[in-house]
Design a protein around this ligand. Structure first.
Ligand code: DI6
Ligand code: FE
Length: 407
């Protein structure tokens, strides 16, 4: 008998308040979810559910709220060391760009990351990953970008891939060698692109380490024209792209990303109306990173109204990184996006489920609780979805379910 017909692989969860995350669907008061071999076969009201008599394991959720497993679609979870000293410098009045120009910033994390083996990178990333998982996350995107040599960029991606063998979570990788110009290439940005970024991308792709190609398009990093060279190579390899864009200034990154049909454009504090229109036309997701906005005390907010008006899908992510967003709570990220940026509760929930899945090209696999998708669920000890957004520093997770497995 094949696995498919094996009744022991069928599971059901009942007596829950079910937020499927399907657009326009409200909480279903008496919800049932059925899954076979880790894939959802039914999700909806108990009234319409199939009989559960033959189901091997039926879990009673005692009225808990169930949402799709949360998705953190933009993180730098793999990196060496920390930047608490830099945090103190900022408290003393220095700003992010000044610290970067003084040799701190990204380069100090690059130095720390280069010293670590893949095993050590994994060991340092695990506590951060565990903090995310403790809040019901079932998919995490992780970028390279703190190695900036061919070998150390590959090592970061190897560490990211291997994290999925240490924990029950789906890991998606992004290649981010175009994050900063390392010291040894100071004043030779073109050489860095030609000698490191492009060959590292070829090699990482050949080893199956890359799910998407990212970059930091900014005054202190790469111009839109420079990023276009990297995106050309990504296109030649058949890899999707995404971009850190308009974080600190208006630099044309969002328009470039949209013109390449990017999965997402991320940060977006300095977008203008035309950028929102471009994202709408390309179907790219706008990823809000309120942790970075908060930590660098940015005052210009992403234009949520423009994104809304143009119908751009919005996601929220932690940006978990040692410099500008040492945040390992996506629940707090939602609270910040609501309080600081004015996103609604339902926008915030879509932003960490369906829209985050879209930002990773995974909307057919996860992000909503629907027949055909992976049974990735978060079970919460709360009554309403708004409770997930309004609290600060409280974690109501009851349990996490990944591919039908209770964790
Ligand atoms: N934007 C950010 O906020 C992070 N990277 C990026 O491109 C900051 C990275 C760092 O300061 O370590
Ligand atoms: Fe980032």
């Amino acid at each position: 008998m094949t696995d498919f017909f094996n009744p022991t692989s069928t599971k059901a969860w009942k007596d829950c308040r079910l937020l499927t995350g399907v657009a326009g669907q409200n909480v279903i008061p008496d919800g049932v979810i059925v899954a076979q071999n880790g894939r959802i076969t039914y999700a909806g009201s108990a009234d319409d559910a199939p009989a559960l008599d033959g189901v091997a394991e039926v879990f009673d959720l005692d009225g808990c709220l169930v949402t799709p497993g949360l998705i953190d679609c933009h993180t730098h979870t793999v990196h060496g060391g920390h930047r608490a000293r830099e945090f103190e410098m900022r408290l003393d009045g220095a700003n992010y760009v000044e610290i970067a120009q003084a040799g701190g910033g990204i380069m100090s994390t690059v130095r720390a990351t280069r010293e670590l083996s893949v095993d050590q990178l994994i060991a340092q990333a695990l506590p951060r990953l565990d903090a995310l998982l403790a809040e019901g996350i079932t998919t995490v995107e992780i970028k390279s970008g703190y190695g900036l040599t061919i070998e150390t960029e590959l090592d970061m991606l190897r560490a990211a891939r291997r994290l999925a063998t240490h924990r029950d979570v789906r890991i998606v990788t992004s290649f981010l060698a175009a994050h900063a110009v390392p010291e040894e290439f100071c004043g030779r940005k073109q050489d860095y692109l030609a000698d490191v970024v492009l060959p590292a991308l070829d090699q990482a792709h050949a080893e199956g380490l890359v799910d998407a190609v990212d970059g930091f398009c900014e005054g202190i990093a790469f111009t839109a024209d420079e990023m276009a060279q990297v995106f050309d190579r990504a296109a030649a390899l058949g890899l999707p792209v995404k971009l850190h864009a308009e974080q600190l200034s208006q630099s044309g990154g969002t328009k470039l990303a949209a013109s390449r049909g990017a999965l997402s454009a991320d940060h977006l504090e300095y977008i203008e109306d035309a950028d929102a229109a471009a994202l709408a036309a390309s179907g790219s997701v706008a990823v809000m990173l309120p942790g970075a906005f908060y930590a660098i005390r940015e005052t210009r907010k992403p234009d949520i109204d423009a994104l809304r008006r143009h119908g751009v899908a919005m996601a929220i992510a932690t940006d978990c990184n040692p410099g500008t967003s040492p945040l390992t709570s996506l629940l707090l990220g939602m609270n910040m996006a609501a309080t600081l940026f004015g996103m609604t509760v339902s926008e915030c929930l879509a932003a960490v489920t369906l829209n985050a899945a879209k930002a990773l090209g995974l909307e057919a696999e996860t992000g909503t609780i629907e027949a055909g998708k992976s049974a990735d669920l978060a079970v919460w000890n709360c009554e309403t979805p708004a409770e997930l957004v309004y609290r600060m520093g409280f974690n109501p997770l009851e349990r996490r379910i990944f591919k039908g497995k209770t964790l």
